[in-house]
Design a protein around this ligand. Structure first.
Ligand SMILES: [Zn+2]
Length: 351
């Protein structure tokens, strides 16, 4: 511990508090040596405490050992190697800065090593880059927020995508929409959207505060944005890159192998469309149904064409998986976003 401070910025008082409380959060970051026994421990070691005057603190096992101390056999402070310590420090830093964009440069400055070395060490220990780790963490948090948050955008912001609490307040105001406010062209509603390239082409995802209102696919960003503007001509549209998280969630519906996230939807629907779309959402990934099968399952065996129409007018591609409905002989019938894309989606789901 140089100049009374170690690399975590701990002073002696804090170090003593950590020792007193056996604060395991500092395992791997702070090492406590006992001058009377010649042993050093990690903070969480359950061994009896020595008198404060017989205690010395170190930043690393190496320093403690250079000073002549041996690792405690009970808490095995050496068990955590340097890589694990780094991973812990990095993940703790990310957690503490959850509301800010954290770059690799920030992490490397905080860890005191080159971005290259940090990235390589982190990846070796965890299997993913720090960036991928942050993304996974946010997705995980987003999924759990979705279950409790009042709206999709709340969940996005709760997951740590807000630049500040002010952005959160703005989002609340700007995205606010009274129930039943869906009118032609989205008049009177505020919609946030984003466009991202995906393996299925450019995907545009848009949401009100209540849920996803539009998902479109196309060959270019300009194409999907033009379609979106046409369908929501009278809505207040606002591009918000934070919604890229929604794109990830939507893609999970197609590409993941585990359970699908339940994504709230905010769309205008007739009672019949609602029934068809609910049915479609229940078709498992990788399976298909024919239009006549859907009609029969809805106890409306003569409504095959109406089912086809409901599929064709689905405003939220992938979220309501209308691509899972095919012709009676299994042929890929029309798809608003192109038959080739429908084929790709079904192949990807079966893979
Ligand atoms: Zn110990």
């Amino acid at each position: 511990m140089r100049n009374g401070l170690n690399h975590n910025g701990l002073n002696q008082d804090e170090a003593h508090r950590i020792r007193e409380e056996r604060d395991s959060r500092y395992d791997g970051h702070l090492f406590i040596a006992i001058t009377t026994t010649g042993i050093y421990c990690k903070p969480s070691c359950p061994s009896r405490h020595a008198k404060p005057e017989n205690v010395r603190f170190f930043d690393s096992c190496e320093e403690a050992e250079r000073a002549g101390f041996r690792a405690c056999l009970r808490c095995k402070p050496r068990a955590e190697n340097g890589d694990a310590v780094l991973v812990k420090a990095v993940t703790r830093y990310i957690e503490a800065h959850r509301d800010e964009p954290v770059t690799l440069a920030d992490l490397s400055a905080a860890a005191g090593m080159s971005p290259f070395h940090l990235q390589r060490t982190f990846k070796k220990a965890t299997g993913v880059t720090p960036k991928a780790w942050m993304r996974n963490e946010r997705l995980r948090k987003f999924q759990s927020s979705l279950r409790t948050a009042a709206s999709v955008t709340d969940a996005v912001y709760e997951a740590g995508f807000a630049a500040s609490s002010r952005a959160y307040e703005n989002a609340q105001q700007k995205l606010g929409m009274k129930p039943g406010a869906w009118r032609k062209g989205g008049e009177g509603s505020n919609i946030a959207y984003t466009v991202a390239p995906t393996e299925f082409g450019y995907l545009l995802a848009a949401a009100t505060e209540r849920g996803i209102c539009c998902v479109m696919l196309g060959d270019s960003a300009a194409e999907v944005e033009a379609e979106f503007q046409k369908d929501f001509a009278r809505a207040e549209r606002r591009r918000d890159e934070k919604l890229s998280l929604l794109v990830d969630q939507i893609l999970v519906l197609i590409t993941a192998s585990g359970p699908s996230p339940h994504l709230p939807v905010d769309v205008r629907a007739t009672a019949f469309q609602q029934r068809v779309w609910d049915y479609l959402r229940a078709i498992p990934r990788g399976e298909t149904r024919s239009y006549s099968q859907v009609a029969a399952d809805l106890d409306q065996p003569t409504a095959t064409r109406a089912v086809a129409r409901a599929c064709a007018t689905n405003p939220v591609a992938l979220v309501v998986p209308c691509h899972r409905v095919v012709g009676a002989n299994g042929s890929l019938t029309g798809y608003r976003w192109g038959v080739e894309r429908k084929r790709n989606l079904l192949e990807r789901e079966r893979a």
